[in-house]
Design a protein around this ligand. Structure first.
Ligand SMILES: *Cc1c(COP(=O)(O)O)cnc(C)c1O
Length: 363
């Protein structure tokens, strides 16, 4: 028996979040030894976590009977050093940046509000905004899949509470220019949320704009460049007035003690971060030049492949059978049927990816 009438209408009409496939799923489905599976479908860090973070995590284990600091202030201080922004502009969040989004939507959204979402993009903006009563207004991309700034502006109304911009965008890897972001910030009475989950791999961050505007929020995460996806740590950069309101309703003890300690250790391990970035930049170039299909120029730790005239379902299936997990992008709104997203791997993994795409093309 079920009682759907007890569920908020906003929730029953939401489509499920579609995560990347797990090693266990693929091992079972195709009868492959999990050790032989290459996981390049969720943009995780293929280097594994920083050894310093692991050490901090282990030493935190004996202290988990105690609550962490309510606002993760030690981690916020370390993020302040890393970003160069004052602590009054930083909120640490759990679980991940997704937790920041959720808390932020609870602070901002009232029924009747609209959020503007340029597509194709990360799906959790829509889920968290709609769950809190907003209407999602989607904006189609330009011909090269880039965000179309004029169409975004046309979608902004008096009811727009938040404009979401993912930069570098997931799944295209494209950066929105500073000029375009400024012009959007200046075009709305609402807030602009710029998701910089992949910014460490990009040429440029817009974090300093937070000090210039009173309606800009930047979301960041430890899940990608810092290799801590399993710990679920994110943070937001925002004007101090907004932080004060946010902290009133953020779930108390939002970031766990192990996450605080590992996050600080990861920030202190610049060697790991540099290695993660240089490996990614090199691998990204190799994949872009060697995959025998159109590959979009990426500023992130993944690339987007257009396999047309083939279709993404068939090509991703042929890679999955070889134990290479990639992301078929059909679940992304306005991404069509021919796009596959691939996380940049190690040199050896990238070579296997290239050869699998070559086989798919020849087949
Ligand atoms: C991975 C990802 C996130 C989520 O990060 P978490 O901190 O792991 O919740 C947010 N935005 C985009 C675009 C992502 O790809």
């Amino acid at each position: 028996m079920s009682r759907p009438e007890l569920i908020k209408e906003a929730v029953t009409s939401i489509a499920e979040y579609v995560p990347g496939k797990s090693i266990e799923d693929i091992a079972k489905k195709y009868d492959i030894d999990p050790k032989d599976i290459i996981k390049l479908g969720s943009n995780e860090n293929v280097l594994g976590p920083s050894p310093k973070a692991v050490e901090a995590l282990v030493s935190s284990a004996s202290k988990v009977n105690i609550y962490p600091s309510a606002d993760a202030s030690e981690l916020v201080e370390a993020i302040s050093v890393y970003t160069g922004l004052p602590a009054e502009n930083i909120c640490a969040s759990g679980p991940g940046m997704d937790g920041l989004l959720d808390n932020m939507m609870r602070v901002l959204i009232e029924p009747g509000d609209e959020v503007v979402i340029p597509t194709p993009t990360f799906s959790y903006y829509e889920i968290s905004a709609r769950a809190n009563g907003a209407t999602a207004v989607h904006v189609a991309p330009g011909e090269g899949l880039e965000f179309d700034v004029n169409s975004i502006k046309e979608a902004i109304t008096d009811r727009t509470k938040v404009v979401f911009l993912c930069s570098p965008n997931n799944p295209t890897g494209m950066l929105t220019s500073e000029e375009d972001v400024r012009s959007l910030i200046e075009s709305t009475k609402g807030l602009v949320f710029v998701d910089e989950a992949y910014v460490e791999f990009a040429d440029k961050s817009l974090s300093k704009l937070v000090l210039e505007y009173d309606n800009l929020i930047i979301g960041r995460t430890f899940s990608k460049a810092f290799g801590l996806a399993g710990l679920r740590i994110g943070y937001g950069l925002m004007p101090a007035w907004l932080k004060a309101q946010y902290m009133k309703i953020a779930t108390p003890f939002n970031v766990s003690l192990p996450a605080i300690m590992a996050g600080m250790a990861a920030l202190s391990d610049s060697e790991y971060l540099e290695k993660s970035i240089s490996m990614t930049v090199e691998g990204r170039k190799y994949l872009t030049e060697n995959i025998p299909f159109k590959v979009y120029d990426s500023q992130a730790n993944f690339i987007l492949v257009d396999v047309s005239p083939l279709i993404a379902r068939d090509v991703s299936e042929s890679l999955l059978k070889k134990g290479i997990i990639v992301r078929d992008c059909r679940s992304f709104k306005n991404a069509g049927e021919s796009l596959i997203r691939v996380t940049v791997g190690t040199r050896g993994q990238n070579e296997k990816v290239v050869s699998a795409f070559k086989n798919a093309k020849a087949y």
